[in-house]
Ligand binder design. Structure first.
Ligand code: NDP
Length: 286
């Protein structure tokens, strides 16, 4: 019987990324630069509050400054935009993160576009997206960066490999596909209208699942020896599960990420890496 696929342990890789960032922050501090991340939370959604708090704690652990702004749920567009303008102007703030989703009366696109692109550590500003499309240096979105870092852990050269990305959101699917293309993979994007999803996935050397539907990709679809990165986070009666049927897929894949403990822990780690990079770049040091 073939050996089961190796687990890509996101917790361990994220810890290594944090150590690397801590070293980078140490070097920046020695030159008088303390990278700073500002988080902006509007409203009192408990899950969002936990995410924002964790981001602040993790920042401080690697030696960065963290500035947290919590505004009431009924904050208006102009007030929020004014806070972004203030943060754009502050020299001690190198990264600005607006926790999404925003309350429905606020226009998230408008707010994100207000962030100075050089401080857009979430990589969601239209300028950051355009730079990614053009293949020019810029801040890339954190979850896609985490996916690429996990792929690096396999030691595989992606050149010429067939990569199938299931999902085409601006947050995950589209940018992951562009990052894979940058690394010379042959990329196919699939989505809810794809005709033969099983056939597409079955040809892939690398599968990225970013759908948001529990076990939507049966393990039997996975090509033997493929690398499977499962971005999905789905709450079920059996707890958190990914978009891929893990147990069966693991028997066929060479490498696979678990859920939880795969891509999830990478997102905050890459946010820290982006903030350190933004701080260095603002001082012309990258
Ligand atoms: P979206 O809902 O924005 O996008 C989902 C995508 O999946 C869409 O492109 C949709 O296609 C496609 N899709 C939906 N159903 C199917 C189907 N049956 N077959 C094929 N494609 C399908 O989600 P996100 O991209 O924001 O997130 C995806 C998942 O990743 C979620 O579970 C989310 O929780 C998780 N996530 C995890 C993160 C982490 O840190 N680990 C960070 C961000 C997200 P169409 O465009 O045609 O509608």
């Amino acid at each position: 019987m073939a050996e089961a696929g190796r687990i890509l342990d996101g917790k361990a890789v994220a810890a290594r990324v944090r150590d690397e960032v801590a070293a980078e922050v140490g070097a920046l501090r020695a030159r008088g630069i303390v990278p700073g991340l500002a988080t902006v939370l509007v409203g009192d959604d408990p899950a969002s509050a936990v995410y924002v708090r964790n981001k602040g704690i993790t920042c401080e652990k690697v030696g960065m400054a963290s500035f947290s702004f919590t505004l009431p749920a009924d904050t208006g567009q102009e007030r929020l935009a004014a806070l972004i303008d203030e943060l754009n102007a502050r020299p001690d703030v190198h990264g600005i993160l607006v926790q999404l989703p925003l309350p429905r009366h606020l226009d998230a696109n408008h707010i994100i576009a207000r962030i100075a692109p050089e401080k857009d550590v979430d990589g969601l500003h239209p300028v950051s997206q355009g730079l990614l499309l053009a293949g020019r240096p810029g801040l890339r979105p954190c979850t896609p960066l985490g996916v690429m870092r996990l792929l690096d852990e396999t030691g595989r050269d992606l050149t010429g490999l067939r990569a199938v990305v299931v999902g085409r959101s601006l947050l995950v699917g589209k940018p992951v596909g562009l990052l894979l293309l940058e690394r010379n993979a042959t990329v196919t994007w699939c989505h809810s209208r794809t005709r033969d999803l099983g056939g597409e996935v079955g040809r892939a050397d690398v599968v990225i699942a970013a759908i948001g539907k529990a076990r939507a990709i049966p393990g039997a679809w996975i090509k033997p020896g493929a690398v499977v990165i499962d971005v999905g986070i789905n709450r079920t009666d059996c707890g958190l599960v990914g978009d891929v049927e893990f147990d069966v897929a693991r028997e066929r894949a060479a490498w696979i990420t678990p859920v939880p403990g795969g891509v999830g822990p990478m997102t905050i780690a890459m946010l820290l890496a982006n903030t350190a990079a933004a701080a260095a770049r603002m001082r012309g040091e990258s």
